[in-house]
Ligand binder design. Structure first.
Ligand code: TXA
Ligand code: MG
Length: 329
């Protein structure tokens, strides 16, 4: 069975963490909230513990996990050759939604954390529950998003419970996550550094601290996909199609789909009462709206994307994955 402990309004209550600390120290896994999405955490130095994460998620072994630590001071003890730029970014954005890929010191992390790479992704989460847990543990915690592999990341403890019931012993329920989309992943091992996954910390914000960086070629939509990114589909059961968020176009699409006797769910910032189902679309609501589609009998999901967007737009990036780049036509 899976226990859920409500910590939302009692983030400093000692007993909220005792059980989680015990489980992780003994090689088990625990779900906990971060400011981006919920994570599924294990002792990053214990290969057997980490393997339980891959098993619970059904995650391919060649997709490395992010290591969560309590501070910059802890992080630098785990990496070789910390660059000036990396230190500046830690000062500017940690705790926060920025994961830095750096060269790992050998023999610190279990090999399955980094999928045998020489690099490791590290971040300090900006959430009182995550930080309290990490401080008490004094261990690096490997934690991917706490969803079944391929499903939308969890922004509520209920989402974690839905995917992980009877697969993990404990969920710390810290209420809804603030940002709702996973951290920005920035590869510091290349020069200039490269954004591998866009997130709430933007390219412009990073550039204001360290100067010019680049966007991974695959974010421009043409290059072959790198390990890790190729697996992330964030997809509900029904097919998702992108459409310009233009009321005329969306009205026509709804009519067309319903005219074929099919049910349609619309995700958009404005409401479409004639759609069979409508859910809000914003970074904070994207994943829960995609999950709500799975509770309906919609045959098709239409996601209205704003006209103003660019390659480093993190919501658009996730929508494209959910839709597998399909546009409604
Ligand atoms: O916001 C987040 O980052 C959440 C919360 C729980 O912290 N975590 C998360 O983890 O999204 P996950 O495992 O779902 O995504 C990790 C991403 C993957 O795209 C993975 O390929 C990439 O980070 N990654 C991790 N280590 C890497 C490495 N050494 N080199 C390149 N990419 C790496
Ligand atoms: Mg994930």
């Amino acid at each position: 069975s899976t226990e859920v402990i409500l910590v939302d309004k009692h983030v400093n209550k000692e007993t909220n963490y005792a059980q989680a600390v015990d489980i992780i120290r003994q090689g088990g896994i625990v779900a906990f909230p971060t400011e981006t999405v919920y994570g599924l955490g294990a002792d990053a130095t214990n290969a057997e513990a980490v393997s339980k994460i891959f098993e619970a998620k059904g995650r391919p072994a060649d997709n490395p996990l992010i290591v969560h630590v309590d501070s910059k001071e802890t992080a630098v003890t785990y990496v070789d050759e910390v660059s000036e730029k990396a230190l500046k970014l830690m000062d500017a954005f940690w705790p926060g939604a920025l994961t830095l890929i750096m060269k790992s010191k050998p023999h610190i992390f279990a090999r399955n954390v980094t999928a045998d790479l020489e690099t490791v992704g590290i971040r300090v989460p900006n959430h009182p529950v995550a930080l309290n847990l990490l401080k008490r543990l004094q261990l690096p915690v490997a934690a991917p998003s706490a969803n079944t592999s391929g499903k939308p990341s969890p922004t509520l403890a209920e989402h974690v419970y839905h995917d992980m019931e009877n697969k993990i012993p404990l969920i710390l329920d810290g209420g809804p996550t603030k940002i709702g989309i996973e951290s920005t992943v920035l590869d510091m091992t290349s020069e200039p550094p490269v954004i591998l996954r866009p997130g709430n910390v933007t390219k412009a914000q990073i550039e204001s601290v360290i100067g010019t960086i680049r966007l991974s070629a695959e974010l421009h939509g043409n290059a072959p996909k790198s390990p890790g990114m190729k697996y992330a589909h964030y997809a509900p059961d029904a097919p998702v199609y992108l459409i310009e968020d233009d009321s005329k176009l969306i009205h026509k699409a709804i009519e067309h789909v319903q005219g074929k006797g099919k049910k349609i769910a619309v995700l958009s910032s404005t409401e479409y009462p004639e759609a069979d189902f409508h859910f809000p679309l914003s970074p904070e609501t994207l994943y829960s709206s995609l999950r709500k589609c799975d509770m309906t009998d919609a045959d098709l999901i239409l996601a209205g994307v704003p006209a103003e967007r660019n390659d480093s737009d993190f919501m658009m990036n996730r929508l494209e994955k959910a839709a597998d780049h399909k546009w409604f036509s």
